[in-house]
Design a protein around this ligand. Structure first.
Ligand SMILES: C[S@@+](CC[C@H](N)C(=O)[O-])C[C@H]1O[C@@H](n2cnc3c(N)ncnc32)[C@H](O)[C@@H]1O
Length: 287
């Protein structure tokens, strides 16, 4: 370690050695799949300093001891919530919502499909505080009226329990209504009630979205196949092997003809055989 960073360490409120960083980043990788390279030590310090203060601890070594103790299991959920990056917004990468609309419009006129099942299943995997699944729900409501008589369910999962609670409440700062992409301003505005500097999604939208905690690295309890899966800006935090395994599993979870959307910087080197690129980080499972 350089002299400069040793001096930095001494100036910190809590002692945090590289060995402790390695221990914590190893545990985080095991728990979440998130890879924290050495350059993330300051970031991890910043994310956990408040927790150490809350717990009345003096050093990261004491925090590592707590995680190793009987109370460790309880503490891991605080650790996980502290390290996830939850940045999101309504209609992020809005071209995906155009593709979603096209796909659902086609599906809604498919009489063969309708005769088999009038339910549509969509999964927002790594949904953060809910902006993504609510963008999906309001798109369905506003742009695909033919689906209003269908049973459209949106499963919204994340590891971070704080984000899931935020999503369930469905209340956001009014600033989120500004600067929406062209064509989506009324899609959101028509489906919310504004009060002061906040807005809340209307019940008809909330009812379509089901928030559940799910670690993507664990087994998935869902039995049915999905029409659409969004997993955007999540894979970026994982190593290549984990990314590839997840994409294989998403492909298995899709119905033939189903769509997978990834984040803009998550284009795939190797695709499962039945998955084909159809647009910017948008994929279709071949029928
Ligand atoms: C940057 S947000 C992406 C939110 C949204 N999909 C979007 O694109 O705007 C990444 C989310 O992935 C979640 N996440 C990270 N690792 C996870 C895991 N192993 N299982 C489930 N969710 C995870 C984080 O908690 C975080 O909310």
């Amino acid at each position: 370690m350089s002299q400069q960073s040793e001096t930095l360490e001494k100036k910190r409120e809590f002692e945090f050695t590289h060995k402790e960083f390695k221990k914590l980043s190893g545990l985080i990788h095991e728990l979440t799949g998130i890879v924290l390279g050495d350059h993330k030590q300051d970031m991890l310090y910043g994310r956990l300093a408040r927790r150490l203060r809350q717990l009345g601890l003096k050093t990261f070594s004491q925090y590592c001891e707590l995680l190793d103790s009987q109370k460790g299991d309880e503490e891991t959920s605080f650790l996980v919530n502290a390290v996830t990056t939850n940045l999101t917004k309504f209609f992020r990468e809005h071209h995906h919502f155009d593709t979603l609309t096209e796909h659902l419009l086609k599906l809604s006129t498919d009489t063969k499909r309708r005769s088999q099942s009038s339910s549509v299943l969509i999964w927002s995997a790594g949904c953060s505080s809910g902006e993504e699944p609510y963008s999906i729900a309001t798109t369905v409501q506003d742009k695909v009226p033919a689906l209003r008589n269908w049973d459209v369910k949106i499963l919204a999962t994340d590891l971070d329990t704080n984000m899931l609670n935020h999503g369930r409440a469905g209340i956001y700062k009014s600033d989120a209504l500004k600067g929406l992409p062209e064509g989506y301003t009324s899609t959101l505005k028509d489906n919310v009630s504004v009060s002061g500097d906040r807005f809340e999604l209307k019940d008809r939208i909330k009812q379509m979205v089901h928030f559940k905690q799910l670690n993507l690295l664990h087994q998935w309890p869902m039995k049915q196949k999905y029409d659409v899966i969004f997993c955007r800006n999540v894979l970026i935090y994982f190593d290549n092997a984990t990314k590839e395994q997840l994409v294989e599993r998403y492909t298995d979870m899709l119905r033939p003809g189903g769509r997978l959307f990834l984040g803009h910087s998550e284009s795939l080197q190797r695709l499962p055989r039945s998955l084909k690129l159809t647009g910017r980080t948008a994929y279709v499972k071949e029928a």
